[in-house]
Design a protein around this ligand. Structure first.
Ligand code: NAD
Length: 330
């Protein structure tokens, strides 16, 4: 599978990234052996990037991933792991230098690793004051980078305005990676509003796109109770699933194809907790990679346009939900 460099980090990640929140049972209870088998199979099939967090299953996802990587028999340089600091429960956030420093050690232990490739500040819009990320969190992570405990530093969150705010701050040059979720998929493509500027003016930053199935909304299945989308957006997703069924299309496949169409995205993360789900997503990636006629693929944009139109008609396209305390500047 194609690998792309994450900004200027020297770290190369696979086009499809393995989102590990399902390993923490975030989308319903999974069979741990099935989750571990999925990690092993992913590694064998060229997926080298795994994203996790202490928040997913409150430590469980990191522990399961750690066991899977340990038993995979792969060398440490054959996989890339990102994990996070700052979010520990639904409403428990602590981005202080002391807590995030301790958090990295806890993650290293659960993951059974000597170092973390990418450490991300998890959902920074929930920080008591966003400037703590600038004044405490990122400097603390930079110290851990100098100690060799982490290789690269990044930020994650939902309101896209957090990215320019932090990238243009006094610690912007230390931020190697941004992980955006829910903002570059068939329901919402607001990330495009800021992506060009980041690519042109912050060339050192690698961009990861997550939740391209909109946290299950674009799968035609029921979403978990915690899903933050409004009733209107959820209803529109049901209409999109119906549209796809009528056209004999698989909604998740169309959603992943759409997300994989952005050349500036280093890796596209999909939540995976079993081999079957991995296989479905690999099949989509392979169908695109094996399709020599790229122009034809772009032309297939008719389906994308029609799906987006269904969201538009429902007044649910580019509609976002509230997240955290940071409201941004626009
Ligand atoms: P997602 O959009 O990838 O949806 C996951 C759900 O879709 C799961 O129920 C999964 O079983 C199902 N699914 C996956 N592939 C499927 C397929 N081909 N057909 C049918 N169903 C399929 O949502 P996500 O898991 O939230 O996002 C992916 C990853 O991105 C996460 O696991 C996490 O690693 C990362 N992420 C990070 C942040 C953050 O840092 N703030 C936020 C969201 C996601």
């Amino acid at each position: 599978m194609e690998k792309r460099e994450l900004g200027n980090t020297g770290i190369h990640v696979s086009l499809l990234g393995f989102g590990c929140s399902p390993l923490g049972n975030e989308f319903g209870e999974i069979d741990e052996r099935g989750g571990i088998a999925a990690v092993h199979s992913a590694l064998d099939k060229g997926v080298n990037y795994f994203d996790v967090s202490p928040y997913y299953g409150r430590g469980k996802a990191e522990s399961v991933l750690g066991r899977a990587l340990k038993s995979s028999g792969k060398a440490r340089d054959e996989y890339v792991v990102s994990t996070k600091v700052g979010r520990y429960d639904v409403d428990t956030f602590d981005f202080s230098a002391e807590r995030v420093t301790k958090s990295v050690d806890e993650s290293l232990e659960r993951l059974q690793l000597e170092y973390i490739d990418v450490i991300l500040c998890h959902d920074v819009e929930f920080a008591e004051d966003i400037d703590i990320i600038i004044n405490e969190t990122i400097p603390a992570l930079d110290r851990l980078k100098n100690l060799g405990k982490v290789r690269a530093i990044g930020i994650t969150g939902y309101p896209i305005e957090i990215f320019p705010y932090l990238l243009t701050s006094k610690v912007g040059h230390i931020v190697d990676v941004i992980l955006s979720y829910g903002n570059l998929n068939l329901q919402n493509n607001r990330l495009l509003n800021i992506m060009r500027d980041i690519i042109e003016n912050k060339k050192h930053v690698g961009i990861i796109n997550a939740s391209v199935l909109c946290m299950g909304l674009l799968t035609g299945s029921k979403v978990p109770n915690w899903h933050p989308a409004s009733h209107k957006v959820k209803e529109a997703a049901v209409d999109v699933a119906k549209y796809c069924e009528e056209k004999k299309l698989v909604v998740a496949d169309e959603a992943l194809k759409y997300a994989l169409g952005f050349g500036d995205i280093c890796s596209t993360l999909v939540g995976i907790g079993d081999v079957d789900t991995l296989e479905k997503n690999l099949a989509v990636v392979n169908s695109i990679t094996n399709d020599n006629d790229n122009d034809k693929r772009m032309d297939d944009g008719a389906v994308v346009r029609e799906i987006i139109e269904v969201f538009r008609k429902n007044k649910a396209h580019n509609v976002r939900w509230n997240s955290g305390k940071f409201l941004g500047n626009n």
